[in-house]
Design a protein around this ligand. Structure first.
Ligand SMILES: NC(=O)C1=CN([C@@H]2O[C@H](COP(=O)(O)OP(=O)(O)OC[C@H]3O[C@@H](n4cnc5c(N)ncnc54)[C@H](O)[C@@H]3O)[C@@H](O)[C@H]2O)C=CC1
Ligand SMILES: O=C(O)[C@@H]1CCC=N1
Length: 280
């Protein structure tokens, strides 16, 4: 099989169906790793978004799928779960013998296989830190996907950060609730810390820097350390001190329970998206 990352400028390597937030994050990674704009096609019906893609990546997106899609070795489906079926029926017939990679939440690979008439399907759940090369992606391949196909997907995804493979497709719904949606939880938490900081008299800029760097630093420490998270937390928590006061208030408010409840809601929503917008 020809690699989707082949370098001839006459042929397009990768086609994106949908050129929104997640597609942009992946394209950003590919462009930063030196993939020429000429090897990336994008189908994006929204004119304003096409102008943005042109300005950001120097890629002229197509408003509708056309014959050039058949030259793509890899087709990345980055449309909303609600519009996947319609997009698949529109663009699918133009895609030739490609390997397909879906980043849509919830939509199961069996539905996609039915719409596209091929078993060469990999599902991915990336996240938006991909835009700065710090993404985390979980991948699942249908049984017909070969080792070479998997390698081709890895070569694309590794331009955006780290990845892991899942043996069970169902686990993707849990991944969606954890790392797919996770950046939003982190931003929400940072927003709360910035708000509290400004309420306590810090400037917004100071509170922002302090909160963001605290997340960067704590994440780096958690990643570098071989110790359990609990130990790292306890090391910050002096007996009768300030952290203890804060964590006690969090426990009393049931924050951990609320947080777990929220993540279960996200996973259930992922499963429901598959039921609602997948094939029967
Ligand atoms: N945003 C995120 O953090 C993540 C999103 N995802 C998944 O990625 C997918 C895309 O999400 P976003 O990029 O956030 O959405 P988005 O709304 O930013 O992008 C979707 C794009 O698809 C375009 N589109 C609509 N109908 C189309 C069609 N028939 N053909 C081609 N393009 C069409 C829209 O104009 C839009 O620009 C979703 O399925 C979502 O579940 C997965 C992981 C993280
Ligand atoms: O909110 C969503 O449905 C998508 C999937 C994971 C992150 N964003």
């Amino acid at each position: 099989m020809t690699s989707p990352l082949r370098t001839e400028t006459t042929a397009y390597g990768i086609a994106f169906i949908g050129g929104g937030n997640m597609a942009s994050a992946i394209i950003g990674g590919l462009r930063k790793q030196g993939m020429p704009a000429s090897q990336i096609q994008i189908v994006e019906p929204w004119a304003e978004q096409r102008a943005k893609l042109d300005a950001e990546f120097g890629i002229t997106a197509q408003a509708e799928p056309g014959a050039t899609l058949s030259s793509a070795g890899l087709v990345v489906w980055a449309v909303k779960p609600q519009t996947f079926r319609q997009a698949a029926l529109q663009a699918g017939p133009h895609t030739g013998h490609a390997l397909h990679l879906s980043v849509a939440a919830g939509i199961r690979s069996g539905s996609i296989a039915g719409w596209l008439g091929t078993e060469r399907i990999v599902r991915a759940m990336p996240n938006t830190p991909a835009l700065v090369g710090k993404g985390m992606t979980a991948l699942f391949a249908r049984p017909a996907v070969t080792a070479a196909d998997q390698l081709a997907v890895e070569r694309v995804i590794q331009t955006t950060g780290e990845y892991l493979w899942l043996a069970q497709e169902e686990a993707l719904d849990a991944v969606t609730a954890l790392s797919g949606s996770g950046p939003a939880y982190v931003f929400y938490f940072i927003e709360a810390m910035v708000q509290a900081g400004t309420e306590m008299g810090l400037s917004r800029a100071q509170a922002h820097q302090l909160a963001v760097e605290t997340f960067v630093g704590a994440s780096a420490l958690a990643k570098a350390s071989s110790e359990p998270l609990e130990t790292l937390r306890e090391r910050v928590t002096s007996k009768g001190g300030t952290t203890y006061a804060a964590l006690t208030a969090m426990e009393q408010a049931g924050m951990k329970q609320h947080f777990k409840h929220a993540m279960h809601a996200a996973r259930q929503r992922a499963a429901k998206l598959g039921d609602e917008f997948g094939a029967d």
